[in-house]
Design a protein around this ligand. Structure first.
Ligand SMILES: *[C@@H]1O[C@H](CO)[C@@H](O)[C@H](O)[C@H]1NC(C)=O
Ligand SMILES: *[C@@H]1O[C@H](CO)[C@@H](O)[C@H](O)[C@H]1NC(C)=O
Ligand SMILES: *[C@@H]1O[C@H](CO)[C@@H](O)[C@H](O)[C@H]1NC(C)=O
Ligand SMILES: *[C@@H]1O[C@H](CO)[C@@H](O)[C@H](O)[C@H]1NC(C)=O
Ligand SMILES: *[C@@H]1O[C@H](CO)[C@@H](O)[C@H](O)[C@H]1NC(C)=O
Ligand SMILES: *[C@@H]1O[C@H](CO)[C@@H](O)[C@H](O)[C@H]1NC(C)=O
Ligand SMILES: *[C@@H]1O[C@H](CO)[C@@H](O)[C@H](O)[C@H]1NC(C)=O
Length: 556
């Protein structure tokens, strides 16, 4: 800053001199090249006076290093060097006519920031608040400092320090809270420090520390998908899905473990969803934890699901004495070999649900019966389940075979047939039994074909002897066949009897009317109808015996 111009000072002092020429009417002034000097730098200072006494003595009082003194009429000048005082006030004096006057100058040392440091930014979670912190180190005077935080060209925050009165260099910290948004991802954060010394000096700007903002989001817990129950030695798919991943689903990092062992998996993405898919395999029974951890940026989210690994062997279904004879006692037993976890429930069922022999229980289930013919082919099922609330069931089935000797009844083998001569008829005789009995019918020692149609002849009438037999026993029955045919002798007798009766009537009539008139009468012969007409029974089935192979079926 330049002091009052010498011309002006001169005019002023000339005026005062003219007014009274008082010797104390002099001024001392001080001028600096610039009032602000870089710390450690140097500055020239010029003291001048209006004293007209050419021998006026003056000097400069300062703790600063004075160098290169020069003087002239009414002025003296020094170079102040190594200015390491943040604020100093050199004092200039002149003695004039026995009087002394002083003038002060204020010298402010400035220092450009040594460093502008933007604190490292963490990866920022969407929706969370973070502080951006910028430190400006070793700067003076802070009062002239402006710190600006920018994000991708947009000014976030500007801070000045008008109340910072200390002249010495200082560190300042500026913080600004931001809540990053998706579009902020990848933008640069910058911190600008400006030291504005105007009008007393220059305007310096430092722009430092560009840091890229990284934003991520993992707002949701991963979702696990795997069966809650897994049989020992089997495999099942395990899937872990997470939604809402930012910046990209592909950046989601997964770890999948089952029972503490890490799993191999593949990751697929769709939109903001990422899915890891692997297979779980259970080596031993027990509870195993399926764990999935998803990480994006610095955050991780985990989910766990407990899987019960079980071992449930197929239950054993025992049928004592199968195949069995009719009327013998049969025991059906439903057992389980070792299962894990313990507490397998056993239930014995009748496949037809006609009877439910047992309720679920942990003990072997037993059912006793006396085998009847109707029990042949009856199916029993042994069910083993892990518990009433777990729908894991294994089944074994077995079919009961009951052997019994032939039985002939009226429905399969009628005792009597009445047929018309000349009609087509079929002789049937069925017998029940297991194994299916063979039926042989004979008439007069000659076996006849059963189940084959033939034309009925008169001589087919008679008694047939039918015998059914299987490995166990035999049964027999006699069947009578009646054959109806027109009886010629009977017709003749009927006709003769009719003719005789008519003759008698005619004689009486003639006798009665003989005296009056004689008329002629004709006798008409009437045709007689058949009195009976039997309808032949039809038999379509030839063999009604159930055929059951003795086998044990296993189904799960
Ligand atoms: C100091 O100031 C006086 C009066 O203004 C002037 O005449 C003189 O030339 C100056 N000296 C220097 C070295 O600038
Ligand atoms: C400047 O001043 C400092 C402290 O007053 C001193 O340590 C340093 O030696 C000086 N430098 C010069 C070049 O005189
Ligand atoms: C940011 O800093 C201010 C002051 O230092 C503090 O009150 C605030 O809690 C900080 N915010 C966060 C998110 O750390
Ligand atoms: C500065 O000080 C004044 C008066 O003490 C006060 O009113 C003002 O809020 C302060 N400004 C800052 C930025 O601290
Ligand atoms: C995972 O894959 C690697 C290489 O393909 C294989 O060696 C390893 O046995 C697999 N691990 C499991 C648990 O399947
Ligand atoms: C699996 O996750 C559960 C919490 O979900 C945790 O308690 C358990 O320790 C985890 N197990 C493993 C093997 O990481
Ligand atoms: C079986 O028992 C029933 C009734 O007790 C009896 O009528 C039948 O003759 C018996 N059958 C055999 C082959 O023992």
């Amino acid at each position: 800053m330049a002091g009052p111009g010498p011309g002006l000072l001169l005019a002023c002092c000339m005026l005062t001199a003219l007014a009274g020429a008082a010797q104390d009417a002099f001024e001392v002034s001080i001028s600096l090249e610039a009032p602000m000097v870089e710390y450690g730098g140097s500055i020239r200072i010029n003291c001048s006076t209006t004293c007209r006494d050419s021998g006026a003595k003056g000097g400069l009082e300062t703790s600063l290093t004075k160098k290169d003194p020069k003087d002239g009429p009414g002025w003296l000048t020094f170079l102040l060097t190594n200015i390491t005082e943040w604020a100093s006030a050199p004092q200039c004096y002149f003695n004039c006519g026995g009087h002394q006057k002083v003038a002060n100058a204020n010298i402010i040392a400035y220092r450009l920031p040594e460093r502008v440091v933007l604190e490292p930014l963490p990866e920022m979670e969407l929706g969370q608040a973070y502080n951006l912190t910028c430190r400006v180190l070793n700067v003076a005077p802070v009062r002239h400092l402006t710190v600006t935080l920018r994000l991708g060209g947009r000014t976030l925050h500007t801070e000045t320090f008008p109340n910072h009165t200390r002249a010495a260099a200082d560190d300042v910290t500026v913080t600004h809270e931001i809540t990053p948004r998706r579009r902020d991802h990848g933008q640069e954060v910058t911190c600008h420090a400006a030291l504005d010394l105007r009008p007393h000096g220059r305007h310096f700007e430092n722009s430092f520390s560009a840091v890229e903002l990284r934003v991520y989001a993992l707002p949701e817990e991963p979702q696990l998908q795997t069966p809650h129950y897994l049989e020992v030695g089997t495999e099942a798919p395990a899937r872990c899905t997470v939604a809402g991943v930012f910046p990209a689903a592909g950046e989601a990092r997964f770890t999948l473990s089952f029972g503490g062992e890490s799993l191999n998996f593949t990751v697929t993405t769709s939109g903001d969803m990422a899915t890891a898919q692997g297979e779980v395999r259970a080596p031993a029974p027990g509870r195993c934890e399926l764990n999935c951890t998803v990480s994006v940026g610095p955050v991780s989210r985990s989910a766990g699901q407990s899987v019960l690994v079980y071992s449930l062997p197929e239950p054993v279904l025992e049928v004592t004495e199968s195949p069995t004879r009719v009327n013998s006692s049969v025991t059906v037993t439903c057992r389980s070999s070792e299962a894990d976890p313990r507490g397998v429930l056993l239930q014995l069922r009748d496949a037809k649900q006609l009877r439910v022999p047992s309720a679920p229980a942990q003990a072997p289930a037993q059912y006793q019966l006396t085998a009847g013919e109707e029990d042949n082919g009856r199916e029993f099922t042994c069910e083993a389940s892990l518990g009433s609330h777990i729908s894991i069931v294994k089944r074994t089935s077995a079919r009961l075979t009951v052997f019994y000797g032939p039985r002939i009844d009226d429905s399969g083998c009628p005792r009597e047939w009445t047929w018309q001569e000349g009609t087509e008829q079929t002789f049937t005789c069925l017998a029940w039994g297991n194994p299916a009995p063979a039926v042989v019918c004979t008439k007069d020692g000659v076996s006849i074909s059963i189940g084959v149609q033939w034309r009925v002849r008169r001589e087919d009438a008679g008694t047939y002897h039918c015998e059914a037999s299987n490995a166990h026993s035999s049964a027999s029955r006699d069947v009578t066949v009646l054959v109806e045919y027109p009886n010629v002798l009977l017709w003749v007798l009927v006709a003769l009897a009719g003719a005789g009766a008519l003759t008698g009537l005619a004689v009486g009539y003639y006798m009665y009317y003989r005296s009056t008139r004689i008329r002629k009468y004709r006798l008409k012969q009437e045709q007689a109808k058949l009195a009976k007409q039997g309808k032949p029974d039809e038999q379509t089935s030839l063999n009604g015996a159930a055929q059951n192979t003795p086998e044990v079926e296993h189904s799960v």
